[in-house]
Design a protein around this ligand. Structure first.
Ligand code: ZN
Length: 418
């Protein structure tokens, strides 16, 4: 699938330190040691509503991670999926009386525009489910062949012998290691987030769907020995990560609402498929963003859309700065004050950066790198640039070239074009 044009990443002298982040599975900070190439997989959108501030926070966070890894001297291989066929997308298309393909195309296009505007580096592989069917089918067939998956009778399947396929979770050691949840805690969350614990014929209520046999009035694809149907939700990310990054890859990322079941299931499926562990070395999660007192979500309808702000004339770099002003592990609520503060900040930086001279910037570079590499402390990084801008504006610029260096550093490390 076409992604979007990546922004230019300016060079600055030297290298950043090794990157330390918080691993959800271990519950502590760990230093990433990816070797020459870091593999980054971030779960993409289900394209039935435009990019809201919660999405934007996630993709900007992992963009900053990619920038820190590059600055530390690693090459970054970045994979992102698009869940362009799934129950919520189909339900929205029916509700709105539109073709699901057009809905997915329209919302994916808008997402690409938002990512471009926000200066997010594009994935190397950007893939929809609908263009990865053959890969997913082969993986589900392999899971059936190695005894890790099983078929369940499906009376409402279109094909007489059509049957759904599930992963046999009870066979998997390590299930629950990522989320740290007990079975009792998992069951209700599984039901709320796309799972089907009540489905008759499953060996374990928590077993995730791998392949859904064709039903009437639902899109379907040729599944070879699986029969016609479409993939379950989690297997797309397993298949793409294993195929394009290999296991174990460096970081699996997404919002905290993906920890369970999505990331837990993606990981356990990857281990079942390859017979190796772990799926990813580190699992990183962006905290939820609220609006008007509740988590921003499509189901609640309390969305602040990047595209709506852009249409209202808000500079995308203001949006990016507003996001960076909150640490990725801290839940926060979007308010107009965020927008106001970021607008003032960008204006101040632009004034300070517009001269030929500025306050000395050599020390600032090292400190900025240190903040970003320290669990992506973007609020700390912004405060450092603020302090430099104040010194420059109050005392005038004595160091020729300093503004250019700071502008390049802010662009390279934080993705903020000033
Ligand atoms: Zn995913």
């Amino acid at each position: 699938m076409r992604s979007w044009p990546s922004p230019f990443i300016p060079d600055i002298p030297g290298h950043g330190p090794a990157v330390r982040v918080h691993d959800t599975a271990r519950g502590e900070l760990v230093t990433l040691e990816p070797g020459p190439v870091a593999g980054l997989y971030v779960c993409g959108i289900t394209p039935y509503d435009a990019t809201h501030m919660g999405h934007a926070a996630t993709y900007v966070t992992f963009d900053v991670l990619g920038r820190a890894l590059r600055d530390a001297g690693h090459e970054v291989r970045y994979v992102q999926n698009v869940t362009d066929v799934d129950d919520p997308l189909l339900a929205r298309a029916v509700r709105d009386g539109v073709d699901w393909i057009h809905l997915a195309d329209r919302e994916t296009s808008l997402f690409r525009e938002d990512m471009t505007a926000l200066s997010v580096i594009a994935p190397d592989h950007y893939l929809g489910v609908t263009e990865s069917i053959d890969l997913i089918v082969a993986d589900v067939e392999a899971l059936l062949a190695n005894g890790m998956a099983y078929r369940v009778d499906t009376p409402d399947a279109v094909e007489a012998d059509g049957r759904d396929v599930y992963l046999d979770i009870s066979q998997r050691p390590g299930f629950g290691d990522l989320s740290g949840l007990t079975r009792e805690e998992m069951l209700p969350i599984f039901g709320e987030r796309g799972g089907d614990p009540e489905r008759a014929g499953k060996r374990d209520p928590l077993d995730p769907l791998l392949w859904r046999a064709e039903r009437a009035d639902e899109p379907s694809w040729d599944g070879a020995t699986l029969g016609r149907g479409r993939p379950g939700w989690h297997i797309e990310c397993t298949a793409l990560a294993v195929r394009y990054l290999g296991m174990p890859f460096t970081v699996q990322g997404g919002g905290t609402d993906l920890v369970f079941p999505h990331h837990e299931m993606s990981a356990v499926q990857g281990c079942a498929l390859t017979g190796t562990r772990p799926f990813a070395q580190v699992y990183m999660h962006q905290a939820m963003v609220a609006f008007e007192g509740e988590k921003m979500s499509k189901s609640k309808g309390n969305l602040v859309l990047v595209s709506a702000l852009r249409a209202a004339g808000v500079d995308p770099m203001v949006i990016r700065l507003a996001l960076l002003d909150h640490h990725y592990r801290t839940e926060w609520e979007w308010t107009d004050a965020d927008l106001h503060r970021a607008t003032q900040r960008l204006a101040g930086w632009r004034t300070a950066l517009s001269g030929n001279g500025g306050a000395p910037a050599g020390g600032l570079l090292a400190k900025l790198r240190e903040r970003v590499a320290d669990d992506l402390d973007t609020p700390g990084a912004l405060a450092l640039v603020d302090a430099w801008a104040v010194r420059t504006l109050e005392h005038g610029g004595t160091e020729l070239g300093a503004p250019g260096l700071v502008a390049r550093a802010v662009d390279r490390l934080l993705g903020v074009r000033v």
